[in-house]
Write a protein that binds this ligand. Structure first.
Ligand SMILES: [Fe+2]
Ligand SMILES: [Fe+2]
Length: 191
C-alpha cells in the first residue's frame, strides 16, 4: 500500500465510547423534553377552559414554551449526533399527558407538585450530564445543558412558590412522580 492511499483510522475505543455515551444522553434528554411538553399540555387541557384558572394556565403555557424550545434543540441534536430517538416516544407521550391531566384534576397545588417533582429529577439529571460532558471535553453541549438546567430550576422554583408543597398527599405524590421519572430515564437510555 502506498503512502498516498487514504487509510481509514478507526476511532480510538475511548472516543467511540464517548460518542455512544453522548448519543445515549441525547436520546434520553430528547425523550425527557418530549415528555415534559406532554405533561404541560395535559395540565393545560384541564385548566384552559376554566376562567378562574387563567393564572396557572398562563404559567403552564410559558413553561411549555420553554420545553418546546428544549425539544426543538434535541430534535436537531438527535440528527447532528446521529442518535436513534427512543422507541418509547409514544409511551412517554401518553404517560406525560396522563400524568399532567391527572395531577391537574387533583388541583392547582398538585399540578405544581408534579412540576416540582419532575423538574427536580431533570435538574439533577442535567447537572450530572454537565459534569460528565465537561470531563469528556464536550464543552459546547455542557454549556447548553447547563443553560437548560437553569430553566428547569426556574420551573421548579415557580412551582414551589405557587404552593406545590401544600398539595394534598404531597409526600407520596412527589415521591411517586420522582421514582417514575427515574425509571423512565433508565429505560430510555437503552431503548
Ligand atoms: Fe426542559
Ligand atoms: Fe422544565
Amino acid at each position: 500500500m502506498s503512502d498516498a492511499t487514504p487509510r481509514f483510522t478507526p476511532p480510538l475505543p475511548g472516543k467511540r465510547n464517548s460518542a455512544r455515551r453522548v448519543e445515549e444522553m441525547v436520546r434520553v434528554d430528547h425523550a425527557g423534553e418530549y415528555g415534559a411538553v406532554a405533561i404541560y399540555q395535559g395540565q393545560r387541557a384541564v385548566f384552559k377552559s376554566l376562567p378562574h384558572k387563567a393564572r396557572i394556565a398562563r404559567q403552564l403555557e410559558e413553561m411549555e414554551a420553554d420545553e418546546q424550545r428544549h425539544l426543538d434543540t434535541f430534535d436537531r441534536l438527535i440528527f447532528e449526533r446521529n442518535a436513534r430517538p427512543t422507541a418509547l416516544a409514544p409511551i412517554w407521550s401518553m404517560a406525560g399527558h396522563a400524568l399532567g391531566a391527572a395531577t391537574a384534576l387533583m388541583g392547582e397545588k398538585a399540578a405544581h407538585a408534579c412540576t416540582e417533582a419532575v423538574e427536580s429529577v431533570i435538574e439533577q439529571h442535567y447537572a450530572s450530564q454537565v459534569e460528565e460532558l465537561r470531563a469528556m471535553g464536550e464543552d459546547e453541549l455542557a454549556d447548553l445543558f447547563a443553560k437548560f438546567r437553569e430553566e428547569e430550576l426556574e420551573h421548579r422554583d415557580l412551582a414551589i412558590e405557587e404552593g406545590a408543597k401544600q398539595a394534598p398527599g404531597y409526600a407520596l405524590l412527589s415521591k411517586a412522580i420522582e421514582a417514575g421519572c427515574r425509571v423512565a430515564i433508565k429505560v430510555t437510555e437503552r431503548i
